[in-house]
Design a protein around this ligand. Structure first.
Ligand code: GDP
Length: 615
């Protein structure tokens, strides 16, 4: 159905239910394509809705939503995962169908274990201890390379079992990978120092594990210390639904000393028991490999180096692979002993050489049929990321676009995240910022404060609450800058408190609705009134002060009182000529449009509204 639309342009209309699916980063061109409309007419419609955009510009979801509602459509944004799935399907790769393996092809695989816990509770020490207990590694000369993950052998109930450990201490890697949908961990070891007990990050780590549905084994560490109180740790954790087996629960607690390397075998035993009881870990090794990149960096000599964890299938030298937006051919692979390997099966971490760029931790990788396909997938992903980034950029707030957002009624509060090098500085900054007085119209809210580098968590908070991050004498934590860029979060760094305050204050003032004041331009005295049927009444006047300008605001005063207000100097003439301005002392004819109540002796006053600077 064609119906006249806003601005007289014709756009095919939906029935209010027609769904239009758009990718993130789509433009009006893409939308026009889907509804069979002319992109130019969509530009016009959007313009009438108060938004200006070109046909090729990436727009955000809100903008499409408004436009679609106007035209009778419902917009559904395709999620990044769906988009990627569609992309892969276009190359005949169906990950979902692949996941449904024939039972007959499945073989047991090692569990992948992550060590988590509060800072200083001994995660690094424990990973070192586990590494060094490995018999096979001992024979092979030990684990010589840190590649982000390693495997150890452990004799369990008479059989040689393998465990894979993700060797990136701290649960940050775990969180990042989970956030990106790449679940790598089968089991988590929660390290709790027996002399310190349950701490905030213990709980945070536990929450991550539980929400990912990952079983937990608790390593009660530092039991060698005289002040250690392992029973207290058990007791504390019951509050978080981790009840020790000896108390009738189903969580295994193992007392260890990572420092003295005691209890490590028992811990590995507990991990295997838990894995066997709670999980059925199998994979098909006889197929092209799929997995996750755990770590990656650029090496001066070797180029892009990535540690990948194979999850199913077997990765071989010579395979064409894609990891995120990186692609390439596997040139060589190394294990954690620095030995070159030619193939890697399920749950095996390997260092891979041959990628053309560096993937991110958590990027999934897959083997493509050939180099060309690998490159095309990577390029398409990159284009999709770029488009999504552009659309996002438009959306987030920066100090500069604050005024605009406020005027459009989108914000009344400036949300801030404060990070500083020492807590004293953060407090001082917060105090000073909260003292900025800009009236009732806008508020300043500090949604989070903390000491240390700007972390992923800070960016996430800022993203959710459209906050601006202020860093005082701190920088980004590793890899966080990219995230901030990607999310379009405004992060500002200062080393002088005063400067930070000044800028925030300026932004707050800028975002206030401007106040206006009148500025007198000129006055004229009416000498004679000419009645004209064509132009209305014309005031034959003499300019008494300043100047009279055409188009400016005016009012009429009679003996000091206002008899006409909100008028405009509609016409201005000297003799027979139209003029734009007449200065003091000169005569002129002034027309005030339809306002006709003019008398000899009245004063016409003209003025303009000027924005009042705030002090
Ligand atoms: P992370 O921050 O969790 O990785 O903790 P670390 O592994 O770096 O350990 C923090 C501190 O605790 C270091 O000084 C370790 O030497 C010490 N530590 C770790 N495990 C033990 C242990 O079992 N006993 C004792 N006494 N100290 C330990």
């Amino acid at each position: 159905m064609q119906a006249p639309s806003l601005g007289g342009v014709h756009v095919p209309r939906g029935d209010g239910k027609t769904v239009v699916r758009l990718r993130h980063g789509s433009s009006l061109n893409d939308f026009a394509d889907k509804i069979d409309a002319n992109p130019a007419s969509l530009v016009t419609v959007l313009f009438h809705l108060g938004e200006m955009a070109t046909a090729t510009q990436s727009l955000d979801e809100d903008t499409f939503g408004t436009l679609a509602a106007e035209l009778g459509y419902v917009v559904e944004m395709v999620s990044a995962e769906e988009e990627d799935r569609e992309l892969l399907e276009a190359f005949d790769i169906d990950l979902e169908a692949e996941a449904e393996e024939d039972e007959a092809n499945l073989q047991p695989r090692p569990p992948v274990v992550t060590v988590m816990g509060h800072v200083d509770h001994g995660k690094t020490k424990l990973l070192d201890a586990i590494r060094s207990t490995d018999v096979v590694a001992g024979e092979a000369g030990g684990i010589t390379q840190h590649i982000g993950a390693y495997q150890v052998h452990h004799e369990h109930e008479g059989t040689d079992r393998v465990l894979t450990f993700v060797d990136t201490p701290g649960h940050e890697a775990f969180t990042a990978m989970r956030a990106r949908g790449a679940q790598v961990t089968d089991i988590a070891i929660l390290v709790v120092a027996a002399d310190d007990g349950v701490m905030p990050q213990t709980i945070e780590a536990l929450n991550h594990a539980q929400s990912a549905g990952v079983p937990v084994v608790v390593a009660v560490n530092k039991v060698d210390k005289p002040e250690a109180n392992p029973a207290k740790v058990r007791q504390q954790l019951t509050e978080y639904n981790l009840v020790a087996e000896e108390y009738g629960g189903d969580t295994m607690f193992v007392d260890i000393s990572a420092l003295k390397r005691q209890g490590i075998d028992e811990l590995l035993e507990a991990v295997l028991l838990t894995a066997d009881a709670a999980l059925e870990l199998t994979a098909n090794p006889d197929r092209e490999a799929r997995g996750v990149a755990i770590e990656a960096n650029l090496d001066k000599g070797r180029g892009a180096v990535a540690t990948v964890l194979v999850q199913t299938g077997t990765l071989r030298v010579g395979d064409a692979i894609v990891a995120g937006t990186a692609h390439g051919r596997v040139r060589a692979m190394f294990d954690e002993h620095g030995n070159e390997v030619t193939e890697a099966g399920p749950a095996r971490p390997v260092l891979v050489l041959g990628l053309t760029s560096v993937p991110s931790a958590g990027d999934s990788f897959l083997v493509a049929p050939d180099d060309r396909t690998a490159r095309q997938i990577a390029e398409k992903r990159e284009a999709a990321e770029r488009a999504a980034l552009l659309a996002k950029r438009r959306k987030r707030i920066s100090l500069e676009d604050f005024t605009e957002a406020l005027e459009q009624g989108k914000v009344e509060t400036l949300n801030l995240v404060l990070k500083g090098d020492v807590s004293g500085a953060v407090e001082a900054l917060e105090d000073a910022l909260l003292k900025i007085d800009v009236g009732d119209e806008v508020a300043l809210r500090v949604i989070h404060r903390g000491v240390g580098a700007i972390t992923q968590n800070d960016i996430n908070l800022a993203t959710v609450d459209s906050a601006i991050i202020i860093g005082f004498n701190v920088r980004y934590a590793e890899r966080v800058e990219e995230l901030a860029e990607r999310e379009g979060v405004d992060v500002r760094f200062y080393s002088v408190i005063y400067q930070a305050i000044e800028e925030v204050e300026a932004a707050l003032k800028g975002m206030l609705n401007p106040e206006f004041e009148e500025a007198r331009l000129g006055t004229a005295e009416i000498r004679e009134v000419f009645r004209s049927s064509k132009f209305g009444n014309i005031a034959g006047s003499i300019v008494r002060s300043g100047e009279i300008r055409r188009g400016t605001k005016a009012r009429v005063l009679r003996a000091g009182t206002v008899v006409g207000d909100n008028l405009t100097i509609e016409s201005l003439r000297r003799f027979k000529d139209d003029v734009t301005e007449v200065r003091e002392g000169y005569e002129c004819g002034i027309g005030l449009g339809t306002f006709n109540d003019l008398q000899e002796g009245d004063t016409i006053e003209t003025f303009e509204l000027r924005e009042k600077p705030r002090t």
